[in-house]
Design a protein around this ligand. Structure first.
Ligand SMILES: C[S@@+](CC[C@H](N)C(=O)[O-])C[C@H]1O[C@@H](n2cnc3c(N)ncnc32)[C@H](O)[C@@H]1O
Length: 192
């Protein structure tokens, strides 16, 4: 194939950020008070009592502290901001890909004092398009992050009930200490 005939773009590539969480997962972990990121055109099932759309701007709208949040953020440039907001809010479950090497993951999951548990799914999730049509298994593994005690309790309950399958890592109050040790040994290596 000559350089001129190489397609510039994968014709199957998609630019949508609407990938609906499997309904069974919402049922296993819910109910939720607030979902700050839902499609403008609505979706076939509810994820929370209050569902914010792009025109509401779920990123800048305050999330009341007492609202238990379900959060599956739109992937893209704003990930760091969405993750920082969820971590700081500290009362809900965030579903994201296990991109454990990224800065936003380290800052808002591993190093954040509000993180109470991390659940690694045993298999790839199947998200749905805006019409609720289930698609092929996701391109990456997913994790559910618990912020706060209520969220941690929901993950524990779902694991015990067998409604989610995978590995649940519970984080103790000494999580910050674990990070400190890692940070120190990293800087020692750097200095050597
Ligand atoms: C990955 S989908 C998740 C949908 C739903 N929360 C779920 O879990 O099934 C993320 C959605 O966030 C919406 N979105 C993008 N920016 C937003 C914003 N600033 N405020 C509210 N929603 C937004 C997108 O339109 C997209 O439908």
């Amino acid at each position: 194939m000559s350089a001129l005939t190489v397609p510039l773009r994968n014709p199957n590539a998609t630019t949508t950020t609407t990938w609906l969480t499997p309904r069974s997962l919402i049922e296993a972990l819910g109910p939720f008070d607030l979902d700050p990121a839902t499609p403008e055109s609505g979706m076939p099932w509810r994820t929370a009592t209050r569902m914010l759309r792009p025109s509401d701007n779920g990123l800048t709208t305050p999330w009341p502290k007492e609202s238990f949040v379900f959060h599956n953020p739109p992937y893209g440039k704003g990930m760091g901001e969405w993750m920082a907001k969820a971590a700081q809010h500290g009362n809900g479950i965030t579903l994201i890909f296990a991109r454990t090497e990224t800065g936003y993951f380290h800052q808002n999951v591993f190093r954040h004092p509000n993180t109470t548990a991390i659940f690694f799914f045993a298999s790839r999730l199947k998200f749905s398009d805006a019409d609720g049509l289930e698609k092929n298994a996701a391109v990456s593994p997913s994790v559910a992050i618990a912020y706060g005690e209520k969220a941690r309790g929901r993950l524990v309950a779902a694991v015990n009930a067998g409604t989610i399958e995978g590995r649940l890592i519970l984080l103790g109050t000494d999580q910050a200490g674990v990070w400190q040790k890692g940070a120190k040994s990293r800087s020692r290596k750097k200095a050597a």
